[in-house]
Design a protein. Structure first.
Length: 181
């Protein structure tokens, strides 16, 4: 992988990482007989989340961020609309540039069923480009959260715990699928 590919194809890479993350969460739940995950994808990025995950009536509106290991990114921008969701959260994925394997995660959120901390107290983000007057205008609905506001999480297992809390194990009787894949 050439470094420029990470920039030139950043949207594609973002989608690959999103799929890998969701796949890892679902695989962990499957392998550990945890409730199945229902998954929805936001088609418009105006409400502050990328995915909605549900397990056993626990619903999470999830914003995903990504940085490669060693990136100097000091923080991320979040849409304040995420704070209006009943159980919004942010997972910041750190990955290996070559393999795209996850190294660790940063977590911003509360327990299942609890909303995010109020985002209003954080600095309002500005546009990257300057306007005709040379000013970077504010993005009213976007807040900048520095990395220090996040908790470091080492594994998918711990991310699943943060997302859904303690979940009952599925029994074989709960597996009503008859299709062999």
């Amino acid at each position: 992988m050439v470094d420029s590919d990470h920039t030139t194809h950043s949207t594609y890479r973002e989608m690959v990482l999103e799929h890998l993350f969701v796949g890892e969460v679902m695989r962990y739940c499957w392998q550990n007989q945890l409730p199945r995950i229902e998954l929805l994808k936001s088609q418009v990025d105006s409400s502050g989340y990328d995915r909605v995950l549900e397990a056993n009536s626990t619903i999470r509106h999830l914003q995903l961020k990504a940085s490669h290991v060693g990136a100097a990114t000091p923080g991320v921008n979040l849409n304040i609309e995420l704070g209006k969701k009943p159980s919004g959260c942010v997972v910041w994925m750190f990955f290996d540039r070559e393999s795209l394997a996850f190294s660790h995660f940063l977590w911003f959120g509360n327990r299942p069923g609890e909303p995010l901390a109020d985002l209003a107290g954080y600095r309002t983000s500005t546009h990257n480009k300057r306007n005709a007057q040379g000013i970077k205008t504010e993005r009213a609905g976007i807040r900048y959260l520095p990395k220090r506001e996040f908790d470091r999480i080492e594994s998918i297992e711990d991310i699943v715990g943060k997302l859904f809390g303690e979940q009952p194990r599925r029994s074989v009787a709960d597996d009503d699928d008859t299709d062999d894949v």
